[in-house]
Structure formats: structure tokens, C-alpha cells
Design a protein around this ligand. Structure first.
Ligand SMILES: *Cc1c(COP(=O)(O)O)cnc(C)c1O
Length: 358
């Protein structure tokens, strides 16, 4: 039985993406250099970034890209303000703290989006803040933060914006030609629908040029890696060649689908099916639907019966249907991912499986 992952990633991938890995590329070979070039251009195109940005892929999961972003772009002379309404926002603050950087946070409850008035006030009150970091779609709950409004406020205050777009990149709209964002971090295994193993940071060229020699980490130095891509087209350290090939194939499929707008339509349809199906069975959507991104949805258990996530998980897993645990600070919950190479029939099967638990 084929496994279907209703998770935020790694997620279900297309057979063509997995098949793209069946070759042993030499990392210094012209063929692989061409593949890496295609990867970098396609990543830029996802966010319309060709004019002012470069895409720098980095070995590892998404967190490695976030650490590389913070290490390369935030220096000891800077101060970072992190906008927090979930675990990943908190993690951004932790990353900068571990690097020894000056960090300030503003926190909101997990079910409340970042509000730009508070951000504007904080920036006006503290002139020492140079950078602002925010999570676009907070995977903790699935909440969507108002990226364009945040970017406008940060740019108006003359500060630099860093975005964790891990759960949104490839589906939710990000247009670097119109929205002032210095850096966007993403990974291969979420809305890009590739396999895990690659992070990416898309950085404004002018900002990257000022960042030479700043990273206290050798491996997580985006400026150093970009210099190598520019001069030789090569990776500094062993690239995950098969993952690069799979990610390129996934990005080709994204383009063939119609790009992020078409993918978003599909994810919205998945999310609506999940929401209708599970609320009809008595599960409650945790977030107000107006702030919910169609990426991953958090549900409260049916009030009428006892809830045990492990039991629910194993019942569904017997049919090859994998859901995700909740991550709320208070109360029982579980999450259902709406992303990945899944069909309408797969979502129908999930709802049917939930219905047959009763
Ligand atoms: C997945 C994710 C990350 C990165 O997690 P990894 O496990 O390192 O891939 C970071 N931020 C958000 C919002 C995410 O959804």
C-alpha cells in the first residue's frame, strides 16, 4: 500500500521526483554544474527574484538555511527583532541568540497573526534594531502572517527584513520584484514537493555583498558559497547530488503545473475538503478560517469522545495515511497537511478513514 503523507514535509512526492535521483553525478562535472545553475535560477523564479536577488542553496534541512541566513546577514553590530506567534518564530530568535546576536522579540498568541501596528511602534521606539525576522506561514498552527504589510512597515522604517518562508515557498505568493524583502529562506521538501536535504536562502545582492566575511560559521556562510557559485558554479562542500536533481525535477513540475498560483489553487481545494470533512465529523478547526493558510490545518478533537493521538495515528497509518501531531502550547490537537503530490482521491480516502473510525 502506497503511503500518503498528510504532513508539512517531508511529504508525498511525485514518482518523477524520486526517479530523478537514479544517477550518480560527479559533483565537479559540467553536467552537475548545469543542474546546479538550473536549480538556482528556478528557485529565484519561484519568488520573481531575478532582478535584485540570488538563490543560494545549502546542504541540510530548512533550519540549516535559517542559521546560514542569520549567521551571514546579522552581525555583532546589529540587533534583530523577531516577530513570534509560534514555535518557528521562537526558533528564529534562538538561532540568533546562539550566534551571540542582540535579539528582541514581540510575541502574539498562537492563533493571532502578527499585527503591523505593534511592529511599527517597536521599530520607532528602538533605533538600535536593524533587522526584522518573521515566519510567513507558522507551521505550529498553520496561521498566515501578513507578509506584504509587514514588509511595507519594515521598509518604511528603513530596516532589513528576513523571512522564514519554509512552509509557504512554492505556493503562497511572494514577489521580490514588488515586496521589499532582503532574504527569504526555504527548503526542498515542503511546497516545492521535492525530497528533503536542501535548504535555500534567496538574498538581495546588495545585502549579500556587504556580508562578506561576517559569518562565524564556515559551512553556513552564504557569501562564501555564492562567491564559489559565481566563479566556478560549484558547491564548496559535497553537494547532495541526487537531492539537487530531485529538486530541479520538482521545480520543473511546479512550472508545468502553472507555478505557485496553480499550486495554491490545488492546496486550497485540499484544505477545503479536509476542513469540510473533519468539521462535519465534529472536529473543530483551531484557527479562525480568515487567518488560516491552506498549507497545514490544526484540529481540536471531537468534544464527545476521548482523544489519544497515538491511537488515532496508528488507526490511520494502517491504511497508509500519515497525519501529524499537534504543537499547540495548550490543549489536545492534531494537524493535517494539505500539501504534497496528493490527489483529490487521496483526500477523499483520508476523510473516509476518519469517518470509519466512528
Ligand atoms: C519546516 C519548517 C522549518 C524548518 O524545519 P526543518 O526541520 O529544519 O526542515 C522552519 N520553519 C518553518 C515555518 C517550517 O515549517
Amino acid at each position: 500500500m502506497n503511503q500518503r503523507l498528510f504532513t508539512p514535509g517531508p511529504l508525498t512526492t511525485d514518482t518523477r521526483v524520486r526517479s530523478a535521483m537514479l544517477f550518480d553525478w560527479g559533483s565537479r562535472d559540467a553536467q552537475f554544474i548545469a543542474l546546479s545553475n538550473e536549480l538556482r535560477v528556478r528557485l529565484l523564479d519561484v519568488v520573481n527574484g531575478r532582478t535584485g536577488h540570488v538563490a543560494i542553496p545549502i546542504q541540510g534541512s530548512g533550519t540549516f538555511a535559517l542559521e546560514a541566513m542569520a549567521a551571514t546577514l546579522v552581525g555583532p553590530e546589529h540587533k534583530l527583532l523577531v516577530l513570534v506567534n509560534g514555535t518557528y518564530g521562537r526558533r528564529l530568535a534562538t538561532i540568533a541568540q546562539r550566534l551571540g546576536r542582540a535579539v528582541e522579540t514581540i510575541e502574539w498568541p498562537e492563533d493571532v497573526p502578527v499585527d503591523t501596528t505593534r511592529v511599527a511602534d517597536a521599530l520607532a521606539a528602538d533605533r538600535l534594531i536593524t533587522h526584522v525576522a518573521v515566519v510567513h506561514c507558522e507551521t505550529t498552527t498553520g496561521i498566515l502572517n501578513p507578509l506584504n504589510a509587514i514588509a511595507t512597515v519594515v521598509a518604511r522604517a528603513g530596516r532589513v527584513l528576513l523571512v522564514d518562508a519554509m512552509a509557504s515557498f512554492g505556493a503562497l505568493p511572494i514577489d521580490l520584484a514588488v515586496t521589499p524583502i532582503a532574504a527569504v529562506a526555504a527548503s526542498s521538501n515542503k511546497c516545492v514537493e521535492g525530497v528533503p536535504g536542501l535548504g535555500v536562502v534567496i538574498v538581495e545582492k546588495a545585502i549579500l555583498n556587504e556580508s562578506e566575511g561576517r559569518s562565524p560559521s564556515l559551512s553556513l556562510d552564504l557569501a562564501d558559497q555564492q562567491r564559489e557559485f559565481k566563479t566556478s558554479g560549484q558547491w564548496r562542500f559535497t553537494p547532495p547530488v541526487q537531492v539537487v536533481a530531485a529538486t530541479v525535477e520538482a521545480l520543473r513540475l511546479l512550472e508545468a503545473e502553472g507555478g505557485p498560483p496553480a499550486r495554491l489553487v490545488r492546496y486550497k481545494r485540499n484544505y477545503e475538503r479536509v476542513r469540510e470533512g473533519l468539521t462535519a465529523l465534529g472536529y473543530a478547526l483551531y484557527l479562525d478560517p480568515t487567518v488560516q493558510a491552506p498549507i497545514i490545518a490544526t484540529f481540536r478533537p471531537q468534544p464527545s469522545r476521548p482523544f489519544n493521538f497515538d491511537v488515532l495515528y496508528s488507526r490511520l497509518a494502517r491504511d497508509g495515511l500519515m497525519i501529524y501531531p499537534g504543537k499547540l502550547t495548550a490543549g489536545e490537537a492534531f494537524r493535517v497537511g494539505c500539501i504534497g503530490a496528493l490527489t483529490d482521491a487521496d483526500f477523499e480516502a483520508l476523510i473516509q478513514a476518519f469517518a470509519s473510525l466512528d
